[in-house]
Design a protein around this ligand. Structure first.
Ligand code: CUO
Length: 674
């Protein structure tokens, strides 16, 4: 191997790939995801690279630079895992970052960022060393704002005074990928939201398909997190008068939902693949990335998966059988359906249903590459949630999981109850009304686009937001002893898009988790307050839009500049569905359970990445709750005629309260006015 001696690395990437973020190492190694500037003993700027042995890079050069890299492609996943492994051979932090600096401009750009972030997540000493990471879209603005806005940013600076700190703000229009005469565009604020996409990318980053990094209940988390995305999307659809998502299960059926992302994949201006209405998926034979899958493969895998679900038994690679029971069945299925090839009980037999759905859909416009077109947004976890078909595909995947949950039957009253604990009341501040509206926040473009030294060019994005609110729970404890109580808080719509009442069964499928927390109830009657900002589902808005640091600089919520950036977690500003101008009715359903039985103790609760646990778990630790994810709505209720009253009959620990979500078509929060 080549040895690099104390060389000074000045990063000077030709402008051939948009990621001008790599023009300067700071965004990666010092100002960005790297060690912070100026700490003694840490990397100075310009980076001085220590002599490190450079390993054989050939396993990671299988992915060319300049094209989107994705966990859904076999070659890419393998190379990405190999790069993470290489980085992990450097035990000393300076060596690791020296290595990173040396390979950065040799390997695929997106894969590089993935590997650096994955390495940081997996090494406790790096987590602990206060590393600050950029939001992924600061590094890749071209994955979130359109080619026209990027062109405009470059044009604007040409005409400016040349002062490198001069502020330039570009407003991003919400109708940039389509007009509202395409009804699906009413949901663009959700699908194209920065926080939503950022969460999804980070989720796949921290739940990798890599045998060296097995997360607790990984497969179940795949099921539950994506199920919640679909439930949330459906709530947004109802908020906008649109019907629920139809699952995409007839694989030869034309896809009615068109999608033209307007995003570029690289600095040449090449767009992501587009999909006009009415396209069908087709067998693919793609040379680069090398992907050869047929619709027949997909149907075969699905038949075998269904067979396993209905027999309650899956077949392992070695021919032995494994039972799909109430405790671990869903976890086995998650790893099998996604699949995580490293953890699937039989990757050859059960195949790659979900992943290859992303790929076949994403390449349906050019399945052999004959037209040299890029894949569509569905091929990449950083962009997939932008496309309406994402939700249709995932609804189908979700149906398979629920097909399994059906086989387990309904929960018994014993499993649902908590004797001696009565939830007397639950209310939400401001008379059980939650207000939603628009927020305007900014994303700094200077780290990800070559802006000729200008540091203060911002994109101003308009996104959904809600007024912060608080819950109040009134609880009676008749057990004469302190009890540890876990509150599981869900919200679910009451009516469909034309005003028909939903059945309770439908409501359970649409229930979105709002919060989950445990407290000790040590008096006969206790009143508990909890704010929306504390939700176990979300991570603070400041994690997505850094400019918010200004707002919170003096509060306890302020994030230190040097706090590690943990990107997994639902964005706070998307916690509450949009609702409607007239006020949309939802039900808040709260179930109290015995935390002394449910709790899985985790080692540390105040370490950097300990928020957003409901959809992301706890890094390096077990999932903190023993119950099946989504309890009690993960299981079917008795039958379609079962009502909430039947469900809760004889139980005192479940309570529901109607809340109204009212959308105001105005800017509630404006960064300019903070
Ligand atoms: Cu996250 Cu399909 O798994 O996108």
């Amino acid at each position: 191997p080549k040895k690099y001696k104390n060389e000074e690395v000045y990063i000077d990437v030709p402008d051939k790939y948009l990621q001008g973020g790599f023009k300067d190492l700071k965004p990666i190694l010092t100002g960005g995801i790297g060690l912070r500037d100026g700490r003694p003993g840490k990397v100075p700027s310009p980076l001085s690279v220590r002599g490190v042995e450079l390993p054989d890079l050939s396993p990671v050069l299988t992915v060319p630079r300049g094209r989107p890299w994705s966990v859904f492609y076999d070659v890419d996943k393998k190379a990405g895992n190999a790069l993470v492994k290489m980085m992990n051979t450097f035990k000393n932090i300076d060596d690791l970052f020296s290595f990173a600096a040396l390979v950065r401009d040799r390997v695929n750009e997106e894969m590089f960022v993935y590997a650096v972030m994955a390495t940081v997540f997996r090494r406790p000493e790096l987590q602990a060393s206060a590393i600050k990471m950029n939001n992924i879209f600061e590094l890749f603005p071209d994955r979130i704002i359109g080619s026209d806005a990027i062109a405009k940013a470059k044009e604007t600076i040409k005409q400016s005074t040349g002062d490198e700190d001069e502020e330039t703000v570009l407003e991003i229009n919400q109708e940039f990928s389509a007009l509202d005469k395409n009804p699906e565009n009413r949901l663009a604020y959700f699908r194209e939201d920065l926080g939503v996409n950022s969460h999804h990318w980070h989720w796949h980053l921290v739940f990798p398909d890599d045998e060296e990094f097995k997360r607790d209940r990984r497969g179940e988390m795949f099921f539950y997190m994506h199920h919640q995305i679909i439930a949330r999307y459906d709530c947004e659809r109802l908020s906008n008068g649109l019907p629920l998502v139809r699952s995409f299960h007839k694989l030869d059926e034309p896809i009615e939902e068109a999608y033209f992302s307007k995003l570029t994949t690289d600095n040449s201006g090449k767009l992501w693949g587009v999909r006009p209405a009415g396209m069908k998926i087709q067998d693919m034979e793609l040379p680069e990335p090398n992907e050869n899958y047929r619709i027949m493969d997909m149907e075969g895998w699905r038949d075998r998966i269904r067979d396993a679900i209905h027999r309650g038994i899956a077949r392992r690679t070695d021919g032995t059988e494994v039972r799909l029971d109430a405790k671990t069945g869903i976890d086995i299925l998650g790893d099998m359906i996604e699949p995580a090839l490293s953890f699937s009980v039989n990757p050859r037999f059960y195949g790659q249903l979900h992943n290859k759905g992303h790929v076949l859909i994403g390449h349906c416009h050019d399945p052999t590459g004959a037209n040299k077109e890029n894949g569509g947004p569905m091929t990449d976890s950083m962009t997939a949630m932008r496309d309406p078909i994402f939700y249709r595909w995932h609804k189908h995947i979700d149906e398979l999981f629920y097909e399994f949950k059906e086989t387990l039957g309904a929960y018994t009253k014993d499993e649902l109850g908590f004797r001696g604990i009565t939830v007397m009341d639950v209310s939400v501040s401001n008379g059980n009304r939650i207000t939603t509206g628009w927020g305007k926040s900014r994303l700094n473009l200077a780290q990800g686009i070559d802006l000729q030294g200008r540091r203060n060019v911002q994109a101003e994005l308009t996104h959904l937001i809600h007024e912060p609110f608080a819950y109040r729970f009134t609880v009676r404890n008749d057990t004469r002893a302190p009890r540890r109580v876990c509150f599981r808080v869900f919200m679910t719509p009451i009516y469909d898009e034309v005003g028909r009442k939903l059945t309770f069964r439908q409501q359970t499928l649409l229930a979105v988790e709002m919060d989950k927390f445990a407290v000790t109830v040590n008096a006969p009657m206790v009143q508990l307050d909890r704010t929306s900002r504390e939700s176990s589902v979300t991570i603070p808005i400041e994690r997505f839009f850094r400019v918010y640091e200004r707002r919170t600089a003096n509060t306890s919520d302020a994030l230190s500049n040097y706090e590690m950036f943990c990107g997994c977690g639902w964005p706070e500003h998307m916690l509450v569905p949009k609702g409607s101008a007239e006020g949309m009715q939802f039900e808040l359903i709260v179930i109290a359970t015995d935390w002394s039985k449910d709790e899985v103790p985790v080692k540390t609760t105040n370490k950097p990445c300990s928020r957003g646990t409901s959809y992301c778990g706890v890094l390096d630790d077990k999932y903190p709750d023993k119950r099946p994810m989504g309890f009690p709505f993960d299981r079917p209720i008795e039958d379609a005629t079962t009502t909430y009253e039947d469900f809760t009959e004889g139980l005192t620990n479940i309570f529901k309260r109607e809340v109204v979500v009212q959308f105001k078509d105005e800017v509630l929060l404006n960064i300019n006015r903070l």
